[in-house]
Design a protein around this ligand. Sequence first.
Ligand SMILES: [Ca+2]
Ligand SMILES: [Ca+2]
Ligand SMILES: [Ca+2]
Ligand SMILES: [Ca+2]
Length: 575
Amino acid sequence: MRGSFQAVLSLLFVSTSCLLADLNNELIPLTLKQMARSDRLPESAEEATLLTELALDLGLPNSEASEGWPGEALSRIALSRLASLSNSKTAKEIQSFLAEGFVSTSLEPDKPADPLWDDITRRSGEGGIQTPTNPEALLEKIKALGKIKFKVIRVENRTTHIHVEADRAGAEYSATWLTSWTNTKPAKLTNLRVKNFKTIISEGPWFHDATNTVIGRNPRFEPQVLHGIDYWARRITRIGDLSLTGHHGLAVGDANGDGLEDLYVCDGGSLPNQLYLQQADGTAKEVALDWGVAWLEDSRSALFVDLDNDGDQDLVVATIAMITFAENLNNQAFKLRGGFPGAPYPFSLSAADFDLDGDLDIYTCIYGAGDQPKKRGFEASSPTPFNDAENGGRNVLLSNLGGFQFTDVTEKVGLDQNNTRWSFSASWEDYDRDGDPDLYVANDFGRNCLYQNNNGQFSNIAKKAGVEDMAAGMSVSWGDSNRDGAPDLLIGNMFSSAGQRVSFQRDYKAGKKRMARGNTLLTASKDGFEDASIASGITNGGWAWSSGFADLNNDGWQDLVVANGYLSNSRDHDL
Ligand SMILES: [Ca+2]
Ligand SMILES: [Ca+2]
Ligand SMILES: [Ca+2]
Ligand SMILES: [Ca+2]
């Protein structure tokens, strides 16, 4: 274990010097140097203590707690009964849970199949009429759905709203069930109504995992790539800057100018970033060390962009030490040109020519404020209040001055308005079609920003435009989802069943209720933006992080891709 750690540390390391090359230029010259092993060994055993648990205080009670939350008790009972129903082998086992006169709709009515594409079809609708159902019939219906999982998303009097997902060979089923329970001990199920269901039927898988085929032969694949964060958390000390939340982005671009897209992959602190060059046979060769970009700093985001307009793809990487800028040298290597240290704890990068002077400028989202060497993220400061926090980090717009010189113009151009929120992600689009790029910023723990560009000066018009989407904003992308010519907004937000239950019980105001609702789709028209999230069925994307529009099947309609998931415990009914 220790051997791999030291081997990693003996690779290249970025160091800084404080010489300013130019008064306007705010990049610091950087050099590469060999790092001595002793540079980063922990000062004491205490400092080497691993961060084993992330405590994220959302201001909501623990979902397991029932004190003061009567609905939570019924929620747990419902979950346990439903698990018994799906696990039972004989009708006799479930008889004790069913009230006399139990009624149920069909769980998966035989609706006509709508074609989606190729041989993939969808059946959807409501459950229909409730009829008396005996235990044998109920068990048969449940078994027919396949491997089944439940989440309680709302408790209303004695009725629990259940999100159901099930899969079997060739089909995936998802539904909302309303289940009502007697107020007796033990609580018994009086009726089960399928409010809506959707079954996607497909002969074969839609995607194949090509990871091993494409990058599996690289020397670092087994020792580095194949291991997850839990493996590295036990081997890299805190002083190695390994972030356990795994926010490491990647960039796609043609680094060597051969017409094939290549990949730069960011990794956690003490693990070198990787550069994969696509080969003619479809595999990819890892060359980061030879190309001078195997940096070890915890890296959050990267961009391949042509910063000097010479036709090749330069590289920008947001590390926790600084934003680094590297020039592409004849499609053969990168040369470090400087680093911007004024953006600590970055989460994402985006590029646009905001001032229309012909070169690309760089915007960086900064999440938390108060970053310190030994305390980062939520350890250094927490968002308050959790639904409208303004105590986050300061996002930065760096204007490209040419010749790999950049200057911080955030304040000068008006982007300092509402600029202390917990920003994860930003996306540029000329949404008002006046010729200049405008900027949407997705913020965790509160309101998002839409900065309208007016001749290089920005105003946050999110409130006026109705696009604040006060929630746990993780990601944003622009795309024309309804093909009316106006760009719409997709915002990745967390969907939390526990959060939905407690916000409903306490009758939280709309602003707080939205915190756990899930993804948001805001469609634009000449009359402004409209919230189409629920109508379009996109809210439940799990605990969403990165998301984006992509026309996956080339039918001219934008599909959505959402990356989701979070640290979880071993409960097997956790979706
Ligand atoms: Ca290439
Ligand atoms: Ca270039
Ligand atoms: Ca514009
Ligand atoms: Ca499509």
